[in-house]
Design a protein around this ligand. Structure first.
Ligand SMILES: NC(=O)c1ccc[n+]([C@@H]2O[C@H](COP(=O)([O-])OP(=O)(O)OC[C@H]3O[C@@H](n4cnc5c(N)ncnc54)[C@H](OP(=O)(O)O)[C@@H]3O)[C@@H](O)[C@H]2O)c1
Length: 298
């Protein structure tokens, strides 16, 4: 099959791209002029690179020439707490690019898309209360997606991700902090009281969900948007997560609990009302995932 991937240089996108190639598919990735495409070197010739520098005509050409069976849309600009200079790049990445992509799909007659989204659209288990501007922009794109589904025949699946983790993750998030803290002479780090609970899902399981959602879309003809949650079997508190980390590495991590305040809109309990993608269950347990992550680090 032919798949187009946006955000393919990102953490989930590069793992998805690799898996799609391993499965024997023809893959086209949309990159920007400054994107680091080094990870794609080993994947040629199964992966075509298409450059997007902001214009819709570039996307229309890419969509028309490659004519993918399914688009995987993962490109995004993430900041948990934005500052003023984040507003324009965030809207460009999370809203404008996506709208241009959908319009280009319509023109090219491409009508199946799987989109990455976030459980952070649901602060305090609400139907919609964005935790931060990033989550608000993800929802803005989804409203545009709904128009293309209802009025222009698009079939879409939105996968709402909680916390994805795994080896070689360049993002400075909780798992990379804990990995650093698990090294021999790590300096102590102040954290919050650690009672916030998280759904942590291993990268291979996230990738499997995207592939399953793409396969499902290929089987259906009707238009519409379906939304699913990629939750783990059980959310864990940050303290429990650290305890699991400590059990795997065999030493305690130098954390000073309670030294930092919670964020203004800290997600203490993850969204619980989402329906899991049918037929998908995460296979890698938290401890097994941490062990893979640590092993890869050594
Ligand atoms: N990772 C998680 O735990 C998590 C949690 C919730 C939701 N998600 C969602 O899952 C998706 C993938 O997340 P990730 O963590 O793998 O992302 P990531 O590592 O931050 O990568 C972001 C990707 O988006 C591309 N991008 C950024 N701005 C763009 C723009 N203006 N135009 C085109 N491409 C642009 C980047 O390309 P360049 O290389 O050119 O910068 C990169 O490929 C995102 O949609 C995110 O919202 C992830």
């Amino acid at each position: 099959m032919k798949f187009l991937v946006t955000g393919a240089t990102g953490y989930i996108g590069r793992n998805l791209t690799r898996k799609l190639v391993d499965l024997g598919n023809d893959v086209c990735v949309i990159v920007r002029p400054g994107s680091d495409t080094s990870f794609l070197k080993g994947l040629a010739p199964s992966v075509r690179l298409a450059t997007y520098s902001g214009s819709i005509s570039e996307l229309q050409t890419i969509l028309a020439e490659f004519a993918p069976d399914v688009v995987f849309h993962l490109a995004s600009y993430f900041k948990a707490d934005h500052i003023t200079s984040d507003v324009v790049p965030m809207i460009e990445a999370n809203v404008l690019f996506g709208a241009q992509l959908l319009e280009s799909m319509r023109v090219a007659g491409v009508n199946k898309i799987v989109c990455a989204s976030t459980a952070w659209e649901h602060f305090e288990d609400s139907d919609f209360d964005p935790v931060c501007l990033y989550a608000a922009t993800k929802k803005a794109f989804e409203d545009i997606l709904t128009f293309y589904a209802q009025a222009r025949g698009l079939s879409a699946v939105i996968l709402k991700i909680f916390e994805c983790f795994g080896p070689d993750d360049p993002r400075r998030k909780i798992f990379s902090l804990l990995t650093d803290l698990s090294s021999q002479n790590a300096a102590p780090l102040g954290m919050t009281a650690g009672q916030q609970r998280l759904h942590c899902v291993y990268i291979d399981d996230i990738v499997a969900a995207f592939i399953a959602a793409g396969d499902d879309l290929l089987k259906i003809e009707q238009s519409g948007v379906q939304t699913f949650a990629l939750s783990s079997d059980r959310p864990v508190s940050l303290r429990e997560l650290v305890a699991d980390f400590e059990a795997v590495v065999g030493r305690s991590l130098p954390i000073i609990w309670g030294e930092r305040p919670y964020r203004q809109r800290e997600v203490m309990e993850p969204w619980s009302k989402g329906v899991r993608l049918p037929g998908w269950v995460p296979k890698v347990s938290l401890r097994a995932g941490i062990a893979k992550l640590i092993k890869n680090q050594d």
